[in-house]
Design a protein. Structure first.
Length: 75
């Protein structure tokens, strides 16, 4: 799984579940940061979402689910 594909899947789920536009959610999710697999062997990515309290909560809940499914990403 690549970071771009993961972001696309996250955005699609947010639009489906919460409405608004792809652009809106893409801006709030922000970039996915990758870390070295040698220093982060269990999960090598993170995101720092922005927005309202409800938007951040929705994004964080979804990110937690995706971390379980795709703990290791490639660029």
């Amino acid at each position: 799984m690549t970071t771009d594909k993961l972001v696309d899947m996250i955005i699609a789920r947010l639009v489906r579940d919460h409405g608004r536009s792809k652009h809106h959610w893409r801006r709030l999710v922000g970039p996915i940061r990758l870390y070295s697999r040698t220093t982060h062997p269990h999960c090598n990515w993170s995101a720092a979402p922005t927005g309202s309290f409800q938007e951040i909560a929705a994004i964080e809940a979804l990110l937690d689910d995706w971390r379980m499914r795709y703990p290791l990403l490639s660029s």
